[in-house]
Design a protein around this ligand. Structure first.
Ligand code: ZN
Length: 154
C-alpha cells in the first residue's frame, strides 16, 4: 500500500536526551542537594522559607524541587505567611474545630465553604483569608457564635 501525503507525521520530540533524575534540566550537569532559603509566592506575595531542601545545579544555578520537597516547601511557605500576617496556624484551626466536636465538612458547611477547604487549611496546602480567620476567632472566643452560624447555615 502506498503511503499518501495525508498521513500525519508523528509529533516531534524536542530533545531525545534522557536525563538522569539528578541531572539539571537546563544543562545536564549533576545537581546537588542544598538546604537554604527559597522564596515562594503565597497569595501573590513572596515569602522566604528558611532551610528549604532542593536540588541546585552547580553550573547554571537552576533549582529543581523533588515532589516531596515541593510539597513540604509549599506547606512551610504557608506557615511562614500565616505567622507574618498573624493568621491562625493549621494546628490552631484544627484545635478550634475539635473543641466544638465538628468534622471538617461540618465546619466547611457552617462557614459556607467548599467541602475540602478545611482539610486544605489544616494540612497546610492552602491558607484561609483574613475574613475567615476572623470568623474562626469569633467561634473560638465569642460564646454563642457557633449557634449563630448553625442557624444561618444553608
Ligand atoms: Zn544547569
Amino acid at each position: 500500500m502506498k503511503t499518501s501525503g495525508t498521513k500525519k507525521a508523528p509529533p516531534r520530540v524536542a530533545s531525545r536526551r534522557i536525563l538522569a533524575d539528578d541531572a539539571c534540566p537546563r544543562c545536564g550537569t549533576t545537581m546537588v542537594e542544598r538546604r537554604s532559603a527559597l522564596k515562594v509566592p503565597v497569595n501573590g506575595e513572596d515569602v522566604s522559607v528558611p532551610s528549604a531542601v532542593h536540588l541546585r545545579c552547580p553550573k547554571c544555578g537552576e533549582v529543581v524541587l523533588r515532589f516531596g520537597d515541593g510539597k513540604r516547601l509549599q506547606e512551610d511557605a504557608i506557615a511562614v505567611y500565616r505567622k507574618k500576617h498573624g493568621l491562625l496556624s493549621a494546628d490552631e484551626i484544627r484545635g478550634i474545630r475539635e473543641r466544638f466536636g465538628l468534622t471538617q465538612s461540618e465546619l466547611a458547611h457552617l462557614l459556607h465553604l467548599g467541602a475540602n477547604t478545611i482539610s486544605r487549611w489544616e494540612s497546610g496546602r492552602n491558607v484561609q483569608t483574613e475574613a475567615m480567620d476572623v470568623l474562626l476567632r469569633l467561634m473560638r472566643d465569642l460564646p454563642g457564635s457557633l449557634d449563630y452560624l448553625r442557624r444561618h447555615a444553608a
